[in-house]
Design a protein around this ligand. Structure first.
Ligand code: HAM
Length: 420
């Protein structure tokens, strides 16, 4: 029997990658602070209804991609496929309307979707999610887009495209839906099977079908702009004005409708050519009716989520600075057997002084210990042996300069501190 492996679409983030994640998350935390967003930790599972009602029954996420299970108490629960619905639930449940508005929150963590795994698309993936709840100001739409860009710029990502659209609101979208339905009805036989089934249920989704034929058909499809109500039109104009005033370049794309039903007014994505088919590094928009869809009061909101794996993929491809790779400063080598306690004690003294130190726990020979020191990128080694011990000294070697000297044991820590 072979050893059990992780399920398909699920990855271990190993130490040679995890430090890159830490860099991205630390940068996120800094940016969040600059914009006045506070971190929130949300549960990984919620009542299934939160997502089916919040995200929309006819979305791919709800129809095909949720990890739903019945718990031992007979409740239907779902591993979160995204964070926005949970964020709104947490706002309502914790009465955040009584605090300062808007509530500006961010979170990071794993999301779960039963999708076909491929490069940049996994069944468990991490999102960095920002949400501003409690305001309909178009300037906060501008703010969330600029946070995403600020984050990506701070991480050194380049060649990103901001794509933006308005998806209207319940007042004006039905009229647009009808226009689209009429248009697609005339081309029904040329649409793919999925889009044929979308025609009645969710014709807007046809606009972002990846099928060649459907794409060709959608090119000529009517755009939403002439159908927007006054409020949506003004909102969209203000968002575009705000973006321009910040020098943010964007492309308008009438086909950007996003895969989640809660969006109203602004919808946007930030795309990278480095990602192949899964080219969205982040997606977001406004969702003024999400709260009501899950049984809450009128609560406008806007935000975005960025895929952490995708960010790191781009950073690797673009050779971005990923911060400092983990290393140790000093590796303490046992020159002979039976000096483990002295080695441990020196390692401990070094660590207490804030110096990154490590030692061998495998009873290896000197040569192998030197190799470990190099593998861990140590700048110095200390060699502890019987002869040196009896004379009360330790040999300290600077690996970069190949210099070595004998240092009195009580002086070792300060000597190293001065030299690293
Ligand atoms: P979304 O477009 O479904 O939006 O996901 C946002 C981002 O998560 C994507 O742009 C992508 O980077 C990443 N992502 C999504 N699915 C996967 C996957 N299977 N594997 C790897 N990465 C993935 C949302 O989730 C909305 N909640 C965003 C939002 C926040 N809208 C308003 N506020």
């Amino acid at each position: 029997m072979s050893a059990i492996k992780a399920p398909r679409g699920v990855r271990d983030i190993l130490p040679d990658e995890s430090w890159k994640w830490a860099f991205v998350l630390n940068t996120t935390m800094e940016i969040a602070g600059n914009y006045g967003y506070s971190e929130i930790h949300l549960p990984v599972f919620e009542h299934t209804e939160l997502f089916s009602r919040g995200i929309g029954e006819t979305t791919d996420v709800v129809e095909k991609e949720m990890y739903t299970f019945t718990d031992r108490g007979g409740r239907s629960l779902t591993l979160r496929p995204e964070a926005t619905a949970s964020m709104v639930r947490a706002y309502l449940q914790n009465k955040m309307q009584n605090g300062i508005q808007p509530a500006k929150l961010w979170c990071a963590g794993p999301m779960f979707r039963y999708e076909r795994p491929q490069k940049g698309r996994y069944r468990q993936f991490w999102q960095i999610d920002f949400e501003a709840l409690g305001t309909s100001s178009p300037m906060v739409d501008v703010e969330v887009i600029s946070i995403a860009l600020d984050l990506f710029n701070s991480l050194g990502l380049s060649n990103l495209d901001v794509v933006i659209n308005s998806v209207g609101c319940p007042a004006c979208r039905p009229q647009y839906r009808e226009k689209l339905k009429n248009y697609f009805q005339n081309r029904f036989n040329d649409l793919c099977h999925t889009c044929q089934s979308r025609l009645d249920r969710n014709p807007l989704r046809i606009l972002d079908c990846k099928n060649e034929n459907c794409r060709e058909i959608t090119e000529e499809a009517p755009d939403i702009y002439s159908s927007l109500c006054g409020e949506c039109k003004d909102h969209f104009d203000m968002v575009l004005k705000g973006l321009s005033s910040l020098g943010i370049h964007y492309q308008m794309d009438k086909r950007l409708v996003r895969g989640l039903d809660y969006y109203t007014k602004t919808a946007f994505e930030i795309l990278s050519g480095e990602l192949g088919a899964q080219n969205a590094v982040c997606g977001g928009g406004r969702y003024d009716n999400l709260s009501e869809a899950i049984g809450g009061p009128d609560l406008p909101g806007v935000g975005f989520a960025a895929g952490l794996e995708r960010i790191v993929l781009i950073m690797e491809q673009q050779n971005c600075n990923l911060g400092e790779e983990p290393h140790i400063d000093v590796y303490v080598i046992a020159a002979e057997k039976d000096v483990d306690v002295e080695v441990m004690s020196l390692v401990s003294d070094l660590r207490t002084a804030g110096i990154k130190a490590d030692m061998d726990f495998m009873c290896r020979g000197m040569k192998a210990q030197f190799k470990s020191a190099l593998n861990k990128s140590a700048s110095h080694v200390c060699i502890v042996g019987g002869d040196e011990l009896s004379r009360g000294v330790v040999t300290v070697k600077n690996l970069g300069r190949s210099e070595q000297s004998e240092i009195a044991r009580p002086e070792v820590v300060s000597f190293i501190k001065q030299n690293i």
